[in-house]
Design a protein around this ligand. Structure first.
Ligand code: GKR
Ligand code: MG
Length: 434
């Protein structure tokens, strides 16, 4: 073999804080800022590959701690890079656990993802092709996403916290308004679908008692004349008994019910008892979870997330396994910016068959770090970027601004419980609330 021509010369790791509204979920409320880490991997040849992962000081420190081992490696050899990461962070590899939160807390898989996506971006840019081409070929140019509704307190987050901009109109206004009542969540659904043309809807629940949230979900179903594919996700905060009782109400009405109960065994029991498709981003979240998932049939649809399944190629591998065992496939999300949205779009473009509109939090974020500002969502779809690699470039001034937000906001990890305790000092995270 000849000497690698795309040796890594530098890795720039930039933690940022992005304005995030007070969205509610089963563990509490989103802080005024969502944290992300932006990676810029620079090759000797001057190509820069970018990626974005959830922000967390420990993740950032871990990447920085192994940086020197990665310098000099070939960006065209992501498998070798990932092996180096595994060797250098073995202790974390063994103890890494997703935790009980709605989001995945593992460090190493996120680092895999950050490096792999940046390497694919470099390859695409160097070869003048798109990442979707590197994932097997571009099957579609328009990638469908679903509306993602949240119960929320009023306000848009950031330094304005719970204030509302009186001049805001359209979706921008709806984004800032309180949505805790049935009408509030319906208004949010209408505004979001009007603005972005979505053709399916997901409601994030788990905060209020099931009686209310189930009624609200049915109200959304009626509002769209039963014709809008609908999903509801209480993030496993229900007991099995509660799950069985309320899942029955949804029979024939939901496209799927997402993580009603905790763990593969409970999901499997519910699935056998109630006639409704189940999806997960909580009980089957890694390749080591798959044998038991297949054995007990814990879900019908696996919601991948390239940030915690280890990158775009492993997401494509997961897709293949889903197809082999008759499972549906889609993508989960968390508060994110355009680099992650572009990465998801490349997966959506490369899938041989597209099962379900992907999740995205993207409309909830008002800022971005990419040149040209936010990627547009029209007719519920993102157009696959046309440029090489991921097709997005970093706006360095914006990156710096959001980095300053990070330095000023004092947050080092996501903690929705702590944020909620500022409103209700007695609030506590529990595994099963209802
Ligand atoms: O953003 O609050 C949130 C969601 O609850 C998120 O953290 C979940 O990971 O969207 C996610 C889900 O589908 O479970
Ligand atoms: Mg979910």
């Amino acid at each position: 073999m000849t000497k690698p021509s795309h040796q890594i010369k530098d890795i720039i790791v930039t933690p940022i804080a992005v304005t995030d509204p007070p969205l509610l979920n089963c563990v509490g409320v989103h802080a005024p800022y969502a944290l992300r880490i932006i990676l810029q991997v620079v090759t000797e040849g001057g190509v820069v590959g970018v990626s974005e992962i959830p922000g967390n000081k420990e993740t950032e420190d871990s990447i920085n701690s192994i940086k020197k081992e990665l310098i000099g490696l070939d960006a065209f050899q992501p498998n070798q890079i990932l092996r180096t990461v595994s060797e250098k962070l073995p202790a974390k590899n063994e103890t890494d656990d997703r935790g009980g939160t709605p989001w995945d807390q593992r460090i190493v898989v996120h680092i895999f993802s950050a490096l792999e996506v940046a390497c694919l971006d470099i390859m695409g840019k160097a070869l003048n092709c798109r990442v979707s081409d590197l994932l097997g070929g571009t099957m579609r140019e328009e990638i469908p996403f679903a509306a993602y509704l949240f119960y929320k307190f009023k306000g848009a987050g950031g330094k304005w916290g719970y204030e509302i901009d009186p001049t805001a109109t359209g979706w921008d206004k709806a984004r800032q308004q309180e949505a805790t009542s049935t009408q509030g969540i319906i208004d949010q659904a209408i505004a979001m679908c009007k603005e972005f043309g979505y053709r399916s809807i997901k409601l994030k629940g788990g905060f209020f008692p099931p009686e209310k949230e189930v009624d609200d979900t049915l109200a959304i179903h009626r509002e769209f004349d039963g014709e809008m594919p609908l999903r509801y996700d209480p993030n496993a905060i229900w007991s099995l008994e509660t799950g069985i009782k309320f899942a029955r109400v949804f029979e024939g009405k939901l496209e799927y019910l997402e993580d009603p109960v905790r763990g593969q065994e409970n999901m499997s029991t519910l699935r056998k008892t109630v006639d409704i498709p189940l999806a997960t981003n909580m009980c089957t979240t890694s390749f080591k979870d798959l044998p038991n998932s297949i054995k007990v049939h814990s879900e019908d649809i696996i919601l991948s997330d390239h940030h915690f399944w280890g990158g775009l190629r492993s997401t494509m591998e997961l897709y293949k396994i889903c197809k082999t065992f008759g499972r549906g496939f889609s993508m989960h999300s968390n508060s994110h910016l355009g680099i992650s949205l572009a990465a998801m779009a490349h997966i959506g473009a490369a899938l041989p068959e597209f099962d379900y509109e992907f999740d995205t939090h993207y409309p909830w974020q008002s800022e971005d770090v990419i040149v040209g500002g936010k990627i547009r969502i029209e007719n519920g779809c993102v157009n696959l970027p046309t440029g090489p690699g991921l097709g997005v470039e970093i706006d360095q001034a914006q990156l710096q601004k959001l980095h300053e937000n990070y330095l000023g906001c004092g947050l080092t990890k996501r903690d929705d419980e702590l944020e909620m305790q500022k409103i209700d000092p007695n609030w506590k995270v529990v595994d099963t609330r209802y």
